[in-house]
Design a protein around this ligand. Structure first.
Ligand SMILES: *Cc1c(COP(=O)(O)O)cnc(C)c1O
Length: 382
């Protein structure tokens, strides 16, 4: 292997000029400013030019103002730190605030990384139920019951997590109702905003959350891995405590998190991110229009109706039937879309798939709809 390393150096992505409908990727597309920042700050440890011991105190580039003023205002929290992603933020909060053996209560649509964060922090997980297809709805009351179940077994509930929205159906639960229930039970609530922070208006304070995490590469037009973790003053003081051995370093952050271009891309995109959250209503309206058009073609939207997010999960018996006799079998859909320069539905999926309309122009979405229409019309069904 080591005598032929050329394949590692010529790395082309091959998606230029394509329409990308992958929910994971729509909100992470860089702004031109962030793209420029990547080149300028690409060298390793580039943010450390003027560091005096703490990344969040660096004044040039203005990381200090970003972390201590702009982000707290944006997230409606007292304290913020940059993490490597939403999962690392969830882990840091759970690890710092819960004792081993305690229980984390999370919604039935929670992302797998919530479970991993809890497991790694030595915590048990109690899930609230989500309803059956096609709604997959999480009832805030489920939190009360899950907390009571855990307490009934003699466990201490260390924290509750609400996935807002969840990463499968794009469902938005009434977070205020959940936070009120949790606080009545004396449990702190963490909002997992991987799919909301940077896309739509979300404020921890107005939703009653004590903690909030976001994902830079998913929803804040950043080159990851990068995320944000926000906390109330009280919880932030615990999470961002100093090391005993190295007193000027924050222990839970292992001293410092982002050390290169990622944080610069998040800052460079931030003015655009703030503006785009103000246009969220248009994004929701566009998503609803798109879903309606897809349903005319025989697909069915799962989750909240009307839908409140650009992440949408469709079931499609018609494409599944086509796949039964299509030349490439279940890969036909991927190939047909690729031919039309549309990417983002995973190869092999036909019967159900996720997509996102976020920040795509109506004309681009019309191209996507026309592609689906043509694919359905030109293939025989089994
Ligand atoms: C993508 C996603 C995550 C993980 O985000 P990272 O920043 O990659 O850790 C967590 N939760 C939800 C709901 C997600 O969709």
């Amino acid at each position: 292997m080591l005598d032929n390393l050329n394949k590692f150096t010529c790395l082309k992505r091959g998606t230029a000029g394509a329409i990308n409908i992958d929910p994971l990727q729509r909100g992470g597309v860089l702004t031109p400013e962030a793209r420029e920042a990547v080149l300028e700050w690409a060298d390793g440890y580039s943010v450390c030019d003027f560091c005096t011991g703490a990344m969040n105190k660096i004044e040039n580039p203005p990381i200090k103002d970003f972390v201590h003023q702009a982000l707290p205002e944006f997230l409606e929290v007292d304290q913020v730190r940059i993490t490597h992603g939403a999962r690392e933020g969830m882990f840091a909060a759970m690890h710092a605030l819960c004792e081993k053996g305690e229980t984390v209560v999370a919604d039935g649509n929670a992302h797998y990384t919530t479970l991993l964060a809890a497991e790694l922090a030595g915590l048990k997980v109690e899930l609230t139920p989500a309803s059956e297809k096609p709604d997959y709805r999480v009832d805030p009351q489920g939190y009360k019951e899950a907390i009571e179940r855990a307490k009934g077994r003699g466990e201490k509930v260390g924290m509750a997590v609400l996935t807002y929205p969840d990463g499968n159906y794009g469902n938005l639960v009434d977070a205020k109702a959940v936070s009120e229930i949790c606080h009545r039970e004396d449990v702190h609530l963490m909002l997992n905003g991987a799919y909301s922070v940077g896309r739509m208006p979300v404020g921890a304070r107005c939703l009653g959350a004590d903690l909030i995490v976001g994902s830079g590469h998913k929803s804040m037009a950043s080159s990851g891995p990068i995320g944000v973790l926000g906390a109330t003053e009280e919880l932030g003081t615990k999470i961002f405590r100093r090391s005993k051995l190295v007193p000027n370093k924050e222990l839970e952050m292992l001293g410092c998190t982002l050390r290169g271009a990622g944080i610069l891309t998040m800052m460079a995109s931030f003015p655009h991110v703030v503006e785009r959250t103000k246009c969220w209503d248009e994004e929701v309206e566009k998503a609803r229009w798109f879903a309606n058009e897809m349903e005319k073609l025989g697909m069915t939207l799962q989750g909240d109706r009307p839908h409140n997010h650009d992440l949408m999960f469709f079931k499609s018996e018609v494409l599944y039937e086509i796949s039964q006799t299509a030349k490439k079998g279940r890969y036909f859909l991927y190939r047909e879309l690729k031919k039309r320069k549309i990417f983002g539905i995973k190869p092999g999926l036909t019967r159900q798939f996720k997509l996102s309309t976020y920040l795509l122009a109506r004309e681009e979405l019309e191209t996507v709809l026309a592609a689906f229409e043509e694919i359905v019309a030109t293939h025989p069904k089994a």
